[in-house]
Design a protein around this ligand. Structure first.
Ligand code: SAH
Ligand code: SF4
Ligand code: F3S
Length: 488
């Protein structure tokens, strides 16, 4: 089968899609990137904001027409929205064949095989009954009248199809999703999931409901996976988890003691893998940056000097209502400690504007922290109420869309100014990059990335290849990138 996978949402979802692609490929299926070729469509969905759900539902809805033309298409929904909406999706999108929640992702390949076999069986039964082979593949029994009408070429019964819904939780998912699928053949960087789920229940967030309880893999397991990836040419890994720095803490949400950081132990072990050059991770929660973790960040050169540290809001009142277990002052303290330990570190963050009850004063505090840290990148989100979460009940306090948009724009403008300045400061300096190769649109522009996660553009250079670590002298900058030439 030719399978097209469309992914929405975060890196964890991209990773799940890639693992699913790997498993499907092992079974002999082909992963395709052109929708017109597809026999199977899989949508790996996200529920974090309403927009993410609407986008996926819209796209899947459009396929209804195509399925009329190609009744043998298999259409499936997996991931967070599948978990969130479950069977309800089949009512809204009756042409869908399967809905697989986040605890059952490893069953997708088996499910596709079953659907193909089941359809085949029905087809044979239909032919035996003298019917059109694709007639009502999902119905075991049709009334005599309908059968007779169908034989006469009338179609009063819809062409029902096989539908499956799998939503229960299964911890096997953690160990069963280790396949990798390299669709570029020149990949130097790979995602590695180290935890799944989240126990933090920030009051706005649906993730703990759709991804289930937090579970961690073992250090040994992760080290084995990364070692194997490096044998296949991977130089950089991005460790993934919704609450990644809580790795190994068995779901405990209390801030760990200064010397307790299984995540730091994991990083230390990974740094020993010879062929691995760089380690990144997302998303850590601020409370886990204790002494032990910060010391490891400072000591281990392979750990990249860019930390994504979501802060959501700079107002203590709002942070409390969000159930974020830190104050703005504590957040800034963590930033300061990391900056002291790793002087050239850069930060990125996630921020929500327009959380219920957020006043101009609250927002001013967010802006203050935002400019204090000088983020190199920020994902700014307009609050979107998610049914079932605590914050969605605060209906009297909702902030208008106009105000959300205004606050969003203010932060985006601040961000452009900060990054323009941060990047301009690097003009004239020499930076070390990991070479990623030619840009897709222009082969005369090669790019690489610094440990601080800045994109560096340079002309192709003799002797410089994908995966090399080289020095580049920077002569120009913008808010997005640095430009320069390789120096030896
Ligand atoms: N586990 C990650 C975040 C995952 S969700 C962490 O805690 O760092 C990614 C981001 O989406 C969050 O950091 C938050 O900024 C945003 N987000 C989550 N729920 C949201 C909602 N209901 N409305 C708007 N943004 C939201
Ligand atoms: Fe959501 Fe908070 Fe968990 Fe992040 S830590 S996934 S924001 S509940
Ligand atoms: Fe979305 Fe699920 Fe990720 S809700 S952000 S895809 S964990």
């Amino acid at each position: 089968m030719k399978i097209f996978i469309k992914t929405y949402g975060c890196q964890m979802n991209l990773r799940d899609s890639e693992a699913t692609a790997g498993e499907l490929n092992k079974l002999g299926h082909e992963i395709v990137y052109d929708e017109n070729e597809a026999d199977v469509f899989i949508f790996n969905t996200c529920s974090v904001r309403e927009k993410a759900e609407l986008k996926a539902v819209g796209k899947i809805g459009i396929l209804k027409k195509l399925k009329k033309k190609k009744p043998n298409l298999i259409i499936g929904i997996m991931g967070c929205m599948a978990q969130n909406k479950g069977e309800e999706l089949l009512k809204e999108l009756p042409h869908v064949n399967f809905v697989v929640g986040t605890g059952q992702l490893h069953k997708v390949p088996e499910l596709i095989t079953n659907i193909i076999e089941e359809r085949d069986k029905k087809r044979k039964q239909n032919i035996a009954k003298g019917l059109d082979e694709s007639f009502g593949v999902g119905f075991d029994e049709a009334s005599e009248e309908i059968l007779q009408n169908a034989k006469n070429g009338e179609r009063r019964m819809p062409r029902a199809d096989i539908q499956e819904v799998l939503l229960e939780n299964d911890e096997d998912v953690l160990e069963s999703l280790n396949s990798h699928f390299d669709d570029t053949n020149s990949a130097i960087s790979a995602f590695v999931a180290v935890t799944r789920g989240c126990n933090r229940f920030c009051s706005y967030c649906i993730v703990p409901y759709v991804r289930g309880r937090e579970i961690s893999r073992t250090i040994e397991d992760v080290v084995n996976e990364v070692t194997e990836l490096t044998v296949n040419g991977i130089k950089e890994v991005m460790l993934l988890g919704q609450n990644v720095a809580a790795f190994g803490l068995k779901g405990d949400t209390k801030a760990p003691a200064p010397e307790n950081s299984p995540f730091a132990d994991l990083l230390t072990e990974l740094c020993k893998i010879d062929k691995l050059k760089r380690i990144r991770f997302v998303s850590p929660y601020p409370s886990y940056f204790n002494e032990k973790l910060i010391n490891v960040l400072a000591k281990e050169e392979k750990i990249c000097h860019n930390i994504h540290l979501p802060f959501q809001s700079g107002s203590d009142r709002v942070l409390k209502a969000m159930n974020r277990q830190y104050t703005a002052e504590q957040y800034k303290n963590i930033i300061d400690k990391i900056k002291t330990a790793v002087p050239d570190v850069t930060f990125s963050t996630d921020i929500i504007v327009g959380f219920p009850g957020e006043t101009d004063e609250d927002f001013a505090k967010t802006r203050e922290v935002f400019n204090y840290v000088g983020f190199d990148n920020a994902y700014i989100f307009k609050y979107s109420p998610r049914e079932g979460t605590k914050a969605a009940e605060l209906t009297d306090l909702m902030v208008s869309e106009e105000v959300k948009e205004e606050r969003n724009q203010i932060l985006l403008n601040d961000l452009t100014k900060i990054t323009e300045q941060n990047n301009a400061d690097l003009c004239g300096s020499v930076v070390e990059i990991l070479v990623e190769g030619a840009s897709k649109r222009n082969s005369e522009r090669w790019s690489g990335r610094t440990s601080t996660n800045k994109v560096v553009i340079f002309p192709p250079t003799d002797g410089v290849d994908v995966g090399d670590i080289v020095n580049v002298k920077i002569d120009k900058s913008s808010s997005m990138s640095l430009f320069g030439k390789v120096v030896f």
